[in-house]
Write a protein that binds this ligand. Sequence first.
Ligand code: NAD
Length: 330
Amino acid sequence: MHTRVTALLGTRYPIIQGGMQWVGRAELAAAVSNAGGLGVLTALTQPTPDALADEIARCRRLTDQPFGVNLTLLPTASPPPYEAYLDAAIAGGVRVLETAGRSPRRFIDKAKAAGLVVVHKCTSVRHALSAERDGVDAVSIDGFECAGHPGEDDVGGLVLIPAAARQVKIPLVASGGIADGRGMAAALALGAEGINMGTRFCATVEAPIHPRIKQALVDAGEPQTRLIFRSLRNTGRVLDNAVSREVIARETRPGGCGYEELRPLVAGARGRAALEAGEVDDGLVWAGQVVGLIDDIPDCATLIQRIVTDCRQRLHAAAQAFGLPPGAPR
Ligand code: NAD
């Protein structure tokens, strides 16, 4: 599979394991990269930039393939030293910087001068165009189905991906709502040149979270995610559980509530403890609507091969059925 995305990333397949708080660690990122995708370490999962440097070194011991570092620019309880994390990624010689959330403008020149490929993940066409103007190398467009922060526009991938493909000239990666070969084939047909998956990679052997959390993702159907932080305009999609239901109850009661009242429920450290202990109802479990498409917990190599094979077969069958040569025009 050769697209502008594989050329940029230096990978066999145009498949990215997007940054995920607490999950994007060396064992997962290395497994994805070894399987031909792009594994990504989540910078803010590490307590300090020095710890990120150690994690990059650990990842490099586990794979000789390219991998990336994610820097998420969104509200946090205490502002992290973003630039120092970027410096650690540069010093560690990673190939790709995945930025996500707010504008990455202030980091682009430095990252590119250091030779990093910058992929910005965002949830609207206007932000994609703005990142393109600012000089990023590729854009990941994240539909409303996604886990984490889908933005406030609520546009699903079936519209958002082609809307972005019509306007963005740099390579486009489709994100949100993709978990199998059907999704990958659809994303390519809609104009993307690669895919980004998060939740699907959480339900893999190598994901560093408790097996009970992985099983909860398998057990959940597509209606079982919830949107929190709507009232704060920092919407987040998470698994339906006791904590997300309580957050929504507080947000939607008459008069609502501020972040401070939610903080003990939603704190990152609490979510991390729940993921590690396998206590599905003890913290936020970030998950996308693709939970309805996840039936098993394969290793990353099996998962990626299955997706690629299924995608190829579906595109080939569609091309034959409609009498078109394989390879859809952009
Ligand atoms: P945290 O403990 O600081 O925050 C927990 C949650 O509360 C996060 O979703 C954060 O965006 C939100 N939040 C924090 N302060 C807020 C405020 N003043 N107003 C509204 N919302 C607020 O952080 P963490 O869980 O350690 O996460 C660190 C970073 O990673 C944050 O920027 C967070 O948004 C991001 N994150 C992203 C995802 C994702 O899937 N995209 C998931 C978890 C965390």
